[in-house]
Design a protein around this ligand. Sequence first.
Ligand SMILES: Nc1ncnc2c1ncn2[C@@H]1O[C@H](COP(=O)(O)OP(=O)(O)OP(=O)(O)O)[C@@H](O)[C@H]1O
Ligand SMILES: [Mg+2]
Length: 356
Amino acid sequence: MANPFEKSDEKGILKDERYLYPEFVPERLPFREREISELVFALKPATMGRKPGNIFVSGFPGTGKTVTLKYVLHELEEFSDRAKCVYINCFEKSTRNGILVKTVNSLGYPVPERGLGSEEVYERLVALLKSKKVIPIIVFDEAEQLLKTDDSKKLLYDFSRLGEEKGLFLGMVFISNDAFFLSAIDERVRSSLQASHLSFEKYSPIELKEILKERAQYAFFGNALENEVIPLCAAHAAKNGGDARIAITVLLKAARLAERENAKQVQLKHVRASFMQEKPVKFEIAENLSEQEFLVLNFVAGGEVDAGAVYKALGRKFSERTLRKAVSDLEGKGILRARRVQKGRGFTRLISKAAR
Ligand SMILES: Nc1ncnc2c1ncn2[C@@H]1O[C@H](COP(=O)(O)OP(=O)(O)OP(=O)(O)O)[C@@H](O)[C@H]1O
Ligand SMILES: [Mg+2]
């Protein structure tokens, strides 16, 4: 039998599908001009050796928070040698030591990942900032992960101390789906941050259509899309939370299905078929979840969490009863998994996202 991988992939549909990968950072970000200019306004002082502002960025999934920050960091580094940008995804890295080490490394003075204590790495950072006159701009993406352990909370102290006690300049951007992130930070840290708030709104169907058109222009050969394909992807994403990630993912899946069928064009039926395929991780969030369910799910997204910690963290907004119900409803929908374990003399429930 011929090797099935040998079949040709050249179908004249996708020219370069990388433009449709979620992590791709395009050269233009339509409909985010205001957000970009707010970020530039806050961070620009760093390029002149002055103190930048701290910012808290919130908004629903797929509204362009991560990509906008990556875009702004890239432009900032191009523009100035003085500002040194550090992007941290707190899902991947949320320990105090890990983040301090990454920050020092990003400033161009490598320290080993292990071997030095956090205090020592912190002192190196202070010394570096004093002698080098660079101003770090640190972006904490998925920042709510930092509130989960005492260790990572200490990190927030470390950074706020840099400014307060040492008189050093640095800029911090915190990105989170959780609009209450700031109010959950320790009050002393919060008041020293003086962060301004930038909220990213959901995209409208028209905006999603424009965004898709622009990305599609580079990803596809001319005439590869049937007329109504982009509007259908946009409408679907608009219905599911105004999420650009959904719009882009659906289009890429439809294109792959079309190629697989040897079709000449991506057609509406391919788009519809792609709706049926397995959903990306954040898909279900937009789908018929109550606000409390959304926040619970978001809180446990990084791993297993004690149910008590969830009630405590979200207790400012919802009663424990409401939160308990949200947890059990999510469990009922197969989105969460709960495990009963002994704690002290009693029991507690450890909850996590169910594997799909
Ligand atoms: N204005 C835009 N123009 C082009 N592409 C965009 C735009 N906004 C978002 N995207 C694309 O949509 C996808 C989702 O955006 P992004 O990852 O920035 O969302 P997010 O707000 O960080 O979501 P989450 O809260 O889930 O992390 C990415 O592929 C991104 O490149
Ligand atoms: Mg993001």
